[in-house]
Structure formats: C-alpha cells, structure tokens
Design a protein around this ligand. Structure first.
Ligand code: AMP
Ligand code: ZN
Ligand code: FE
Ligand code: FE
Length: 281
C-alpha cells in the first residue's frame, strides 16, 4: 500500500485540480493521499468528494508557511479542526500578505526589464494561494525561462535580488496551534537546503518539545546524507519519519507517490489526530 502525505493542487501552487490530484494518486497506486496546499483548506472539499470514487483514502492536510529565527520553514498539519478561528486567521494572514509580497517581487523583476505583470501572476494563481511558482509561470509564459526550475534558479531564489519575504507563522506557535486544533504536525522537508537556508538540529529539538509528531525525511529535495542525518535526529528525539512526493503536478518533476510513508507511521499519525465532531473522514 503506497501512502503519500504531501501534495499540492491548484488551490495553491500545484497545476492539477484537487480532483485530478486524487485521480493521479489512484493511477499511481497511491491508496492513502494527503492534500496539503500552502496556507489553505480550499482544495479539501473537492478532493474529499473525489476520493471515494477513485478508491483513495484522503487525509486532510495543510502546509503552513512558518518562520524560526528568521529562517523560513514549512509545517504540515494533518486533520486539524478546519473551523478553528485562530488557525483560520493565521492561514488567512499568510495568504493575504503573500499578495503584496508577490506584487513587490513582480515590481522588482519588471524594473529590471522582465516582461511580466501582476495581472498575469494573479490570473495564473486563479484564486489559489499565490506564490513564487506563479511568478515562475508568468516568466515561462513571457518566454524569459523554459520552466519553473529555471525561473527559480535565475530569478526567484531567496539569495537573489528579486526575492521578498512574506509573513509566516512562528514555527513553535504553529506546532502548538495544530495540536490545539486536534491536528498532527510534521516538519516538511527539513533539510531541503537547495531551496534556501534550513534550521539546525536545536530548532528541530525545540519543535519536538512543542509537540511535533514527525520529520518528513524521505523527500525529493533530500540527498542520502541528509536523509541519514534526519533519521538519526528523529531517532534521538523520538519523532516519527514520513516520506512524501510534494507533488505539484506539472510544476515540479516528481510524480505522485515517488516517496512514501510506512503504514505503521500512518496508523500512529491518525491515532494522534483528535476526531472533529460531525466529520466523517
Ligand atoms: P513561496 O511559498 O511563494 O516562497 O514558494 C515556495 C514554493 O516554491 C514551494 O512550494 C516549492 O514548491 C516551490 N519551489 C521552491 N524552489 C523551487 C525550485 N527550485 N523549482 C521549482 N519550484 C520550487
Ligand atoms: Zn508549493
Ligand atoms: Fe514546502
Ligand atoms: Fe509542499
């Protein structure tokens, strides 16, 4: 049984609709799928409607934009109470403040002569959580780069001149918030250092003390040495280890189900999620 607990739809920066993410999972033999769009639950209803038709079990999730000591990181929250006011407020703040941030990045690119505009980026985001991948898509459409990968390498990297930070939730606060909402927090791609700076082991220890469930060790952006190190850290701190594709449709090369989580870890994760009244999945 293949289990993939980290995927994106066009409710954020993936290129497939939520229903198509579920269909892609079924095609690839993924039996348990988590949809974890950036800072939003907007794709979950559609995915939940499609899941039984495709014979896929849906785990409801979100990938929360966080910060720790000035370093940006991503926290996966599984099965939280999606009606919790504080959680919704934080996600809404992240989404809202991504807009002026993306506008600033576009303005910087435009002032350097790149033939893109905010209207295109907004259109490409199509109401989903706007992010750098949509700016990348605008650069592709303008013919400035071949694909998202090249756009990130040339224009969108955090150490480049066009990068602008955006509001993100303090990571320790986010771990506590997900737990308070009955959800299960997992640190997404903690060692993805090709994307930008990553936090040190002391930060992981702090998150563990705050209630972190696990580390996403098996991720396409982690090399073997990183995985081995993170497995050791998880062992020492008593954290579980997950693996997932971080599928973004055509936006990134990895296929759904290319990395997986073990059934034992899934069982432990679901056992820690506090069921929400009135919800069936
Ligand atoms: P943002 O949250 O707006 O800063 O954008 C982060 C998103 O960009 C992540 O979800 C990644 O999927 C995507 N991303 C980061 N680095 C790359 C890259 N080198 N190529 C393609 N997508 C990337
Ligand atoms: Zn993404
Ligand atoms: Fe991420
Ligand atoms: Fe992701």
């Amino acid at each position: 049984m293949r289990i993939d607990l980290h995927t994106h739809s066009d409710a954020s920066d993936g290129t497939c609709s939520p229903a198509d993410v579920v269909r892609a999972a079924a095609t690839e033999g993924v039996a348990v799928l988590a949809l974890t769009d950036h800072d939003t639950f907007a794709g979950l209803a559609e995915a939940a409607a499609q899941a039984p038709r495709s014979g896929v079990r849906l785990v409801r999730g979100v990938e929360i934009s966080c910060t720790h000591g000035g370093i940006s990181l991503h926290l996966l929250g599984y099965q939280p109470d999606e009606t919790d006011t504080e959680l919704l407020e934080e996600l809404g703040r992240c989404r809202d403040l991504r807009v002026p941030r993306a506008q600033q990045m576009v303005a910087r690119l435009v002032s350097d002569g790149l033939p893109i505009g905010w209207e295109q980026v907004e259109e490409l985001a199509a109401g989903g959580t706007v992010g750098r991948p949509h700016i990348a898509d605008a650069l592709v459409r303008a013919g400035a780069v071949a694909d998202r990968e090249e756009a990130f390498g040339r224009y969108l990297r955090p150490d480049g001149p066009y990068y602008v930070r955006h509001y993100a939730v303090d990571a320790v606060t986010a771990v506590r918030l997900v737990r308070r909402c009955g959800g299960v927090p997992v640190f997404a791609h903690p060692g993805a250092h090709t994307r930008g700076p990553t936090v040190d082991d002391a930060a992981i220890e702090e998150l563990a003390a705050a209630g972190l469930f696990g580390l996403e060790v098996d991720h396409p952006d982690h090399d073997e040495a990183t995985r081995a190190h993170l497995r050791d850290v998880a062992g020492v701190l008593g954290l579980q280890v997950t693996g997932s594709s971080d599928f973004h449709g055509a936006g990134r090369p990895q296929r759904i189900g290319c990395e997986t989580t073990s059934p034992d870890v899934l069982e432990a994760l679901l056992a820690e999620a506090v069921p929400q009244p009135g919800r069936r999945s």
